[in-house]
Design a protein around this ligand. Structure first.
Ligand code: OOG
Ligand code: MG
Length: 256
């Protein structure tokens, strides 16, 4: 199967909300580099259709998330402006195959960032703001089951995100222990701390900057980066009311 044909299958699955079989099940040779090549193709297509790049996401950066999907290596994907939803949105269940939501720390860059083995101080000095965010995932694969190359091809299950207020600058050294609660229909389903993400979510930004530098690219001023789920994700069904909170703010939405 050529990589463009694979990208087309993913786009069709997304548009028709019909999940497909992972590519690694159909082709033993489908590897991580192929996955990223497919993802690049999806981004080129989106930009070609007039979509705007909003930033990037890291995934599988916490043990909880790695256990969630049974895959144990961090991955990255892209985020488009059209994936952004406001706080308190009514999420349309019919727009998705099998949506899930997870809390993340989002970072907005105040400067371009590149280089290998960047210190957390260096990353912190390049940040304009950081805030709580919710990522809405929707795997294009049957039963949310995949191997690493598949989920990378599928732009790391990215679907939507809700950003908190970016005007508050939480001190980055305090970030690891700033607890997060996830409530569904009033019941606490998950609890976690940003420190679950590689010790400090800023490490995910450093890792992403290094990966981009290796590809001959760089993170740019103004881009938003999701650093990866700090807890396992929770499934979303019609009628659900979701709340994601930490000391500074609460993000919430209903599923209709
Ligand atoms: C893969 C995407 C992982 C995260 O924050 O760890 C991710 C998935 O869970 O489907 O977004
Ligand atoms: Mg995520």
């Amino acid at each position: 199967m050529n990589l463009e044909a694979i990208a087309e299958k993913l786009t069709k699955a997304k548009n028709e909300r019909k999940p497909i079989l992972p590519f690694t099940q159909q082709d033993d040779a489908f590897c991580l580099a192929d996955g990223y090549a497919v993802q690049d193709n999806l981004l080129d297509q989106a930009l070609g259709c007039g979509e705007k790049l909003f930033g990037f996401k890291m995934g599988l950066t916490s043990k909880a998330k790695q256990a969630d999907v049974g895959v144990s290596e961090p991955i990255s994907g892209f985020l488009l402006e059209s994936m952004s939803l406001p706080n308190k949105v009514a999420l349309q269940r019919t727009e998705f195959i099998h949506p899930r939501a997870e809390p993340e720390i989002a970072v907005i860059l105040g400067n371009d960032l590149s280089g290998a083995k960047l210190s957390l101080e260096k990353v912190a000095s390049s940040i304009a703001a950081l805030c709580l965010a919710v990522e809405i995932l929707d795997s294009r694969f049957i039963d949310f089951k995949f191997q690493l190359p598949d989920v990378v091809a599928d732009n790391t299950s990215a679907a939507r995100f809700i950003l908190g207020k970016v005007d508050r600058k939480v001190y980055w050294k305090d970030l690891p222990t700033e607890g997060i609660l996830v409530r569904k229909n009033g019941v606490i389903l998950e609890t976690g701390t940003p420190g679950a993400v590689l010790g400090n979510p800023l490490q995910a930004v450093a890792d992403l900057a290094e990966a981009m530098t290796k590809k001959g690219s760089r993170l740019k001023k103004g881009q938003m980066i999701l650093t990866g789920g700090a807890t396992a994700s929770v499934p979303l069904n019609v009628g659900d009311q979701l709340e994601f909170s930490w000391a500074y703010e609460k993000l919430e939405f209903n599923v209709i």
